[in-house]
Design a protein around this ligand. Structure first.
Ligand SMILES: Nc1ncnc2c1ncn2[C@@H]1O[C@H](COP(=O)(O)OP(=O)(O)OP(=O)(O)O)[C@@H](O)[C@H]1O
Length: 292
């Protein structure tokens, strides 16, 4: 059988993460499947505690999964050595957190902070200088290059944090509630900046968010429930006969590799679907009926 998601940049299959605190075991991820293609921008949504941050920490190489499969590019996140993990975090991925302050170093200027990961990667000084200014420009904070975090607004801090995360040309940018501490207008600006880098640099973006206004702006939203991917919304722009454009959002259930699909609770209740259902293959669809 060909590899599940062989062509994709990010593949999670039956991903499990169990946290053990004393005698208590928490299953933060319970067999999550996710595929992200190179160049996509994906929003991950879900209730508090559904496992979003856990997923992102694993993908960013900060936390290790308990079981299942997780691959980003050529990296297998389950069998990475400590040295590989450092290399992975330095070169393959960039990470932005919710707490604006925790992304930055208080005594460095924006330019010095973007420079830092490149210094660690032994990039020559001239290249570092050019790239720092280019990234700060792309994120609309070129005028903040010589300012320290304390002299930046929350939105500017997050845009600098994105520039820092992109310094070593990662394949993926992960952001965990990057706009969580910002007001609506600033949050839209920061989100717009992430869309720009996705489009202009081609970097794949995976962003966890609570904000429906944010998830409404990306083409693909993945919903996590109880540590699994439960549904996806795809959005596309359609043009009417009179030339007007509007966005069409369609919700999909997620089917795993074994063919399992979760039927939403309200559907099950409406038709009293319980333990057994009847399936029938029609020419272009499958029906599910109550066992009556
Ligand atoms: N380090 C940890 N030790 C023990 N349990 C943890 C740890 N991190 C997360 N959990 C638990 O795992 C589950 C998933 O947490 P996670 O932070 O991934 O959810 P989330 O969807 O990001 O939530 P939120 O939106 O509130 O940030 C929760 O029940 C949480 O309490």
């Amino acid at each position: 059988m060909p590899e599940f998601g062989a062509e994709a940049l990010i593949v999670c299959e039956s991903l499990v993460r169990i946290y053990q605190t004393g005698p208590v075991e928490v299953q933060a991820l319970q067999g999550l499947d996710l595929i992200v293609e190179s160049g996509e921008m994906v929003a991950v949504v879900g209730a508090s505690g559904s496992g979003k941050s856990t997923l992102l920490s694993i993908l960013a190489g900060i936390d290790a999964p308990t079981a299942g499969r997780a691959r980003v590019g050529t990296w297998n996140l389950l069998s990475m050595s400590r040295t590989d993990r450092v290399r992975y975090r330095r070169h393959t991925v960039g990470f932005v957190r919710q707490q604006t302050a925790s992304n930055l170093i208080s005594y460095l200027t924006a330019r010095q902070m973007v420079d830092l990961p490149m210094t660690a990667a032994r990039v020559p000084a001239k290249t570092r200088k050019d790239r720092s200014l280019e990234l700060l420009g792309l994120l609309g904070v070129a005028d903040c290059a010589d300012r320290k975090p304390g002299q930046l607004s929350g939105g500017q801090q997050q845009r600098v944090a994105i520039a820092v995360a992109l310094a070593n040309k990662p394949q993926v940018l992960f952001a965990d509630e990057p706009t969580g501490e910002l007001d609506t207008a600033t949050s839209a600006e920061v989100f717009g900046a992430m869309r720009d880098v996705n489009r202009e640099l081609g970097v794949t973006v995976v962003v966890v968010t609570h904000d429906p206004a944010v998830s409404g702006q990306v083409e693909r939203t993945v919903a996590i429930r109880d540590g699994r991917t439960s549904s996806e919304v795809l959005r596309r722009t359609a043009t009417a006969d009179n030339g007007d454009t509007h966005v069409i959002a369609e919700e999909y259930a997620v089917m795993d590799r074994a063919g399992r699909v979760q039927i939403p609770a309200d559907y099950r209740e409406a038709l009293a679907l319980t333990r057994r259902v009847r399936l029938a293959l029609e020419p272009d669809h499958v029906t599910i009926r109550p066992d009556a």
